[in-house]
Design a protein around this ligand. Structure first.
Ligand SMILES: [Fe+2]
Ligand SMILES: [Fe+2]
Length: 183
């Protein structure tokens, strides 16, 4: 979509970030229904609160630019879903969540390195990346615990490898798209 103004490009990129956060929250909602131990219920609820807050921070940032969030129909998670489907086994669902979270962190870290970054965007990026370390950590630990319980210690690494290949394919598509925007 060449022909977008710099602000429109910015709004579009933040809309993609917002979309990924909302879809991430949706994935956690699924996990809430599948995991019944009380500790996980607490962690999942806190995690879910973080992701919806992240979506709100991007929404506010877009509003500050005098715009509305752009409807995203082909964002990261939609594309992942198309290729990976929705995992039916809980360990797979956790493994997918780890891969998705790692990608979110990497996208934000990459964006933080942009030379033309505004102070406000930097603030939002720092706020959203701050939570990702514990998200990745607890989800991965829980996935390993569930895999061990199922008697298949390799399960998590195997599933993550599969999802990472899909994630890389999706990111190549998205990068291609973003290059087309000149962003
Ligand atoms: Fe997030
Ligand atoms: Fe996260």
């Amino acid at each position: 979509m060449p022909g977008l103004t710099p602000v429109e490009q910015e709004v579009l990129v933040y809309s993609y970030f917002r979309d990924a956060e909302l879809h991430g929250a949706n994935l956690l909602f699924r996990l809430l229904r599948h995991v019944d131990d009380p500790e996980s219920q607490i962690s999942l609820t806190q995690h879910l609160a973080d992701e919806t807050r992240h979506a709100w921070l991007w929404t506010q940032r877009i509003q500050e630019l005098g715009a509305h969030p752009v409807q995203v129909d082909d964002g990261y998670q939609k594309r992942i879903g198309k290729l990976a489907g929705i995992p039916r086994k809980i360990v797979d669902l956790f493994a997918l969540t780890v891969v998705v979270e790692q990608r979110a962190l990497r996208r934000y870290q990459q964006h933080l390195r942009r030379p033309d970054l505004s102070e406000r965007t930097r603030e939002v990026l720092e706020a959203v990346t701050k939570d990702e370390a514990w998200h990745i950590d607890w989800i991965r630990t829980k996935a390993r615990e569930l895999a061990a319980k199922a008697g298949d210690l390799e399960w998590v690494d195997r599933a993550m490898k599969t999802y990472r290949a899909i994630d890389e394919q999706v990111m190549a598509e998205l990068d291609e798209k973003e290059r087309g925007l000149g962003g």
